[in-house]
Each structure stands twice: as C-alpha cells, then as structure tokens.
Write a protein that binds this ligand. Structure first.
Ligand SMILES: O[C@@H]1[C@@H](O)[C@H](O[C@@H]2CO[C@@H](O[C@@H]3CO[C@@H](O)[C@H](O)[C@H]3O)[C@H](O)[C@H]2O)OC[C@H]1O
Length: 396
C-alpha cells in the first residue's frame, strides 16, 4: 500500500481497479470546516448528535443499555434489533473512542445474534427482539462487513481483550465464515466466489449495491487471514467495477437490489431507489475521504447531488433509478439528506456540493418512530464530513 496520497490526487478508475490496493491518505478532509464552519461549532454539533442518539432523550435515542454490561441499537420503526444497527453502533463507538459503549454492543451481539450451528454457523441472526429472542435465523451481509471492520479498528485502538473482546480474532473469524461457509458442509458464502460480489443474503444470486464497500475490503486485504487477502483485494476491484453498472449514469441513483450485471432486481419489488440505496452516496463519499475519488466516483457524486438539488426533502419519494418518482414518499428523508451530503466528499467542488452540506447542517436529527435509520445515516455523515470517520491502523 502506498501512503500519503491525498484525495486531491484523483486516481484513474484503472488505478483503483488494478487489484494492487488503494492508498491510505492518513489525512481526512474536514468538509464542514472547508465550507465555513468553525471547528468549535463542528465539535459541538458532534457532541450534541452523540448525546441525542446515545443518551436518554426519548425523542431521538436509538441506543438502549441492557443489564450491567450490554446494550442494543433499536430499529424504532420495526421494534427490533438488527445486525445493521449493532454494527453501525460499534463503528460509531470506535470512531468516537467509546470503548465501554462498543463493548456493550458487541457483548449483546455475541450473546444473542451469533450463530454457532446450522447452515449459517459463524454468521449473525439479522433481526432479534430487544429481549434477545431471534426473529430470524438468517444473516444480512452488511452486518458482517461492518462488524468485521469495527472489530479490527477496536483491536487497533484499544488492543485485544479476553473473549469475546478478542476483537481482531473475532473479525478474522467472521471474514473466514463470509468466504468459506459451505466448503465443508451445508452453508453459503456471503460473497460470490466467482465474481467476487457481495450477495444480498448468502443463499441468493443477486446483490444490494449499498452493501458494496470497496474501501472496507482494501483493509480486509491487510488484516484478514493471509490466504484470503488476495480475494479481498479482488473483491474491492470487483465492487468498484460493479457500482458503475448498478448506478444510473444520469441520476446516479442505484436500486435497492440488483443483479450481478447491475440491472435493477424487481423480483421482490425493490429494484428502485429506496431506503437501502441511500447508502451508496455515503459509501462513495467515505471511500473518497479515505482513499481519494476516482473519476467515476466524482461523476456519481455529482449526478446524485444534481438530481436532488431542486428537490425539497418534504417531497422526497421512492424513485425509479432513471429518476421517475412514485407517489410513495421516502421513508427516511433525513437519512437521504445525510447520505447525499456525504457525496460532496467525492466532488467537493461540484456546484451542488455546498448546498447539500448546508441542507444537512440545517437538518436536525430525526424524532419519532422512524428515527433509527435516519439517525444512523446522520451520525455517519457528521463523522465523515468532519474528518472524524477514520481508518485505525494497527499500532506501530
Ligand atoms: O429479508 C431480510 C432483509 O430485510 C434484511 O435486510 C436488512 C434490513 O433492511 C436493510 O436496512 C433497512 C433499510 O430500511 C429501513 O427502513 C430499515 O430500518 C433498515 O433496517 C438492512 O441493511 C439489511 O441488513 O436482510 C436479511 C433478509 O433476510
């Protein structure tokens, strides 16, 4: 891996796709400051959002302590606990250097969600009730990928502890299951071993564009089992090649689910730009902050920013990826505002980047029943736009 190459030094798409690995910048753009906010103001906003999400404000909280040493993130709209939310909470906690919170979330996850046996052994049940009862024995791969990276970062910030706080060992176990389940008995890998694309669920043959995190896979290529490192490097390249196929060239919108050739998958009625898909903009933004933007990433960010520039969040809808609106309103407009703002990291000079970030800055965290997903995307956006969403490397 090369180092000290900043986001300004945009790489060609080929350079990112050649399987040789991306660049660690070691520097994180603070777009909020660049766009005129004082550092104290930014810190205050971060602290306030953190309090609202993880404190005891019943209007905005999404975290609930449980017993002496556990806690969970509640999907307040569905009244369940999801691997998505638990892994997001862990990623937020490690970025904010809150080990106590991280450990509470991980203990809950390990106790109630981790599966030791059955066809999905080594994975985590994607949805549980707040008392820990499983609602499903199936996993959702976006949880596993976030768990793995959050655990590596925890190991690098705080060191390995006793099981289950042996973070890096657990991260490697998860990634091993993700690639090798099914090789010696029943089960399915979470990545298609031939095309190297992440699946929507292990037993299906299609993908969810918002699950593609090439910037995570570059780091798995450094820290996973040695034998699997080449796969992770290739998975990063495969995802970078896949996203341009899945995202509409004019609007930048991705469908929730897509086939391996990128075409929207309407089989289950989710081949449109809806909740899951909002994360593509945030992912592109974070990848740009970490490793720089390829020309495609900059074009993709510009397209999304342009598409939403003349739209009022109160009127956000479900859209076909060509931009045709449905009557149905967006379920998570605050999350969409937040993710769109992140896209500015890949195109900071685009004419709509400042407006998107200003809109986010004017938007408060969400209150009410549907707040969980919005507020997760909100916190990630605040971290990314302030240069506080970072790669934690192993101590030298
Ligand atoms: O069928 C399930 C499938 O639903 C599950 O996917 C997880 C849940 O949906 C995704 O995020 C949701 C986006 O919409 C918001 O309204 C929800 O609050 C979010 O949770 C999430 O990324 C997936 O992990 O995966 C397993 C399948 O069996």
């Amino acid at each position: 891996m090369n180092s000290k190459k900043g986001p300004a030094d945009a790489k060609s798409d080929e350079e990112m796709d050649n399987g040789k690995g991306a660049f660690v910048t070691g520097q994180y753009p603070n777009l909020l400051e660049r766009y005129g906010h004082a550092q104290e103001e930014i810190e205050a906003r971060l602290a306030d959002a953190w309090r609202r999400l993880f404190g005891d404000d019943e209007r905005t909280r999404i975290y609930y302590p449980s017993g002496d040493d556990m806690g969970y993130m509640l999907d307040t709209g569905n009244l369940d606990v999801r691997t998505e939310g638990m892994s997001y909470g862990m990623m937020m906690a490690v970025q904010m250097d809150d080990k106590a919170l991280f450990d509470r979330l991980w203990r809950w996850t390990w106790t109630y969600m981790h599966m030791n046996e059955g066809v999905h052994a080594g994975y985590f049940a994607w949805s549980c009730a707040p008392d820990g009862t499983r609602n499903s024995s199936g996993p959702a791969p976006d949880g596993e990928e976030y768990f793995a990276l959050a655990l590596f970062f925890a190991a690098h910030r705080w060191g390995e502890g006793d099981p289950p706080l042996d973070y890096a060992a657990k991260a490697r176990d998860i990634l091993r299951a993700c690639l090798h389940n099914g090789e010696q008995g029943p089960g399915y890998p979470m990545w298609n071993r031939d095309n190297r694309l992440i699946k929507f669920v292990p037993e299906c043959a299609y993908s969810d564009p918002s699950y593609h995190l090439p910037h995570f896979y570059e780091l798995f290529a450094l820290w996973a089992d040695e034998a699997d490192r080449p796969f992770w490097r290739e998975a990063a390249a495969a995802s970078r090649a896949y996203l341009p196929l899945a995202c509409h060239p004019e609007t930048g919108l991705a469908p929730e689910y897509a086939y391996y050739d990128g075409t929207p998958n309407d089989e289950r009625g989710y081949g449109h730009f809806y909740s899951d898909a909002y994360r593509v903009a945030a992912n592109v933004g974070l990848e740009a902050a970490w490793f720089g933007a390829t020309p495609w990433m900059a074009r993709e960010a510009e397209a999304i920013l342009r598409f939403f520039a003349d739209k009022d969040p109160a009127d956000y809808r479900r859209y076909r990826i060509d931009g045709t609106p449905f009557e149905e309103p967006a379920l998570h407009p605050v999350g969409l505002v937040a993710s769109n703002a992140c896209a500015a990291l890949a195109a900071p000079d685009s004419p709509h980047a400042r407006e998107a970030v200003a809109l986010f800055w004017r938007t408060p965290v969400r209150e009410g029943e549907r707040r969980y997903y919005d507020n997760c995307l909100y916190m990630f956006a605040l971290l990314a736009l302030s240069g506080r969403y970072r790669i934690w490397m192993p101590a030298a």
